[in-house]
Design a protein around this ligand. Structure first.
Ligand SMILES: Cc1ncc(COP(=O)(O)O)c(/C=N/[C@@H](CCC(=O)O)C(=O)O)c1O
Length: 401
């Protein structure tokens, strides 16, 4: 009989968000009258705005015509790769450094293949679970020790260090997943911090995998939206990004990864060439319809619509932050990100999750699901219809006393 892949045996049962969905179903079954509101999974809820939606629908119609039909497009439409470079990176990347994908999570999973088993992995703690779970699945980390996975370097990002890690703890010759604006803390690294990060990575031979999935939520003009705003990043960083949160493409599926040609392995081989080989071998390209939608999102009208959508969710984040703060609960985030990170000192995150669900019929995300340093925190997501956000904020008052 075939033996089970030990890497899958190593991973704790249940990815975070399906576990939350399971507990929500159980609660709903026990309380059929409850009108549950989700401030949990960061899944967009608002309709795609007209100009971008027209890009998708016209793209779909094109497929029904002889002259418009397109099959496989491999690394993606040349025009889309050029426009991503122009709109987000001042044109400083050649099209063959821009890889179109079916989403940032999918690319994060595939990027693990570039570095494979036995690579040292460092993450911010807390952070998006895919970095750690993906590393365990590929064999770059081992079993659960009770507080974390063996082989992962967890770099705490806490109130005490203003949610920026101590880079002296960054292992050499590792890959370091860095997310800014951060999921779940909402912290955005400033230019000085990212400059320190690039300097440390180059000194240590570390590759930064910079996850910029929430970059379009940054509203402070002094805060960087990309690691490539920092001198020297081309030699030590890969950037992953997505249309999910700025355009509402969580179900449409369209992301991209930037792999600069300057990025080399220890032996001088090209990481960009290997990424092209991996994508060409196990990925048959993003949907053409999604790519036409992304092209619409990147013209002047589409860029305006993405800003409008992000502003809408940021408005909801502000309401949640005010509601949580009015309870005397310390929290961060929500100003340049759609997540609020609230601290419940001395409490177990899953217990607070259960209390909020019980008392308020509101689903949240327990901070411990993002890593050991997330214990005693709760993440509130601003992705919801405004009426639901307002109702959830009213209900949170039940936590008083
Ligand atoms: C830092 C970060 N990077 C990538 C993604 C997913 O991007 P896409 O695969 O492009 O939709 C996400 C999505 N996160 C949501 C959805 C959950 C999930 O993707 O597993 C959440 O944290 O609630 C993310 O937070």
């Amino acid at each position: 009989m075939i033996k089970r892949n030990k890497c899958i045996a190593n991973i704790k049962a249940g990815y975070l968000f399906p576990e939350i969905a399971k507990r929500r179903r159980e609660f709903a079954a026990a309380h059929p009258e409850a009108k549950i509101i989700s401030l949990g999974v960061g899944n967009t809820t608002e309709p795609i705005l007209p100009h971008i939606d027209k890009g998708l629908t016209e793209g779909a119609k094109r497929l029904g015509t002889v002259e418009g039909y397109l099959g496989y497009t491999d690394e993606g439409f040349l025009e889309l790769r050029e426009r991503i470079s122009k709109v987000f990176y001042q044109g400083k990347f050649a099209p063959d450094e821009v890889f179109i994908s079916d989403g940032a999570k999918c690319d994060i999973g595939r990027l693990q293949l570039l570095f494979g088993a036995g690579t040292k992995v460092a993450v911010q703690d807390p952070s998006y679970p895919v970095y750690v779970d993906g590393s365990v699945l590929i064999g770059a980390a081992n079993g659960w020790t009770g507080t974390g996975y063996e082989g992962i370097a967890y770099l705490p990002c806490t109130a005490e260090n203003n949610y920026f890690p101590d880079l002296s703890k960054l292992p050499s010759d590792s890959i370091f997943y860095f997310c800014s604006p951060n999921n779940p803390t909402g912290a955005v690294a400033n230019r000085v911090q990212l400059t320190e990060l690039v300097k440390a990575a180059k000194e240590k031979g570390t590759v930064i995998i910079f996850d910029a999935a929430y970059a379009e939520y940054v509203r402070d003009p002094n805060l960087p939206k990309s690691i490539f705003e920092i001198e020297g990043a081309r030699e030590c960083a890969i950037e992953v990004n997505s249309f999910s949160k700025p355009a509402g493409f969580t179900g449409v599926r369209l992301g991209w990864t930037i792999v600069p040609k300057e990025l080399k392995y220890a032996g001088g081989e090209s990481v960009n060439a290997d990424w092209a080989r991996i994508c060409g071998t196990i990925f048959n390209g993003a949907s053409n319809i999604a790519q036409w939608g992304a092209l619409a999102a990147l013209d002047d009208e589409g860029v305006k619509e993405m800003k409008e959508l992000c502003d809408f969710y940021l408005g909801s984040a502000k309401l949640i932050r005010e509601a949580v703060q009015s309870l005397g609960i310390a929290c961060v985030g929500g100003d340049n990100s759609p997540y609020i990170w609230a601290r419940f000192p001395g409490r177990d995150s899953w217990e607070v999750f259960a209390e909020i669900l019980e008392k308020c019929q509101v689903v949240t995300t327990p901070g411990s699901g993002f890593g050991p340093a997330g214990q005693s925190f709760i993440r509130f997501s601003a992705f919801g219809h405004r009426a639901d956000i307002e109702e959830a904020c009213r209900r949170l008052a039940r936590l008083k006393g």
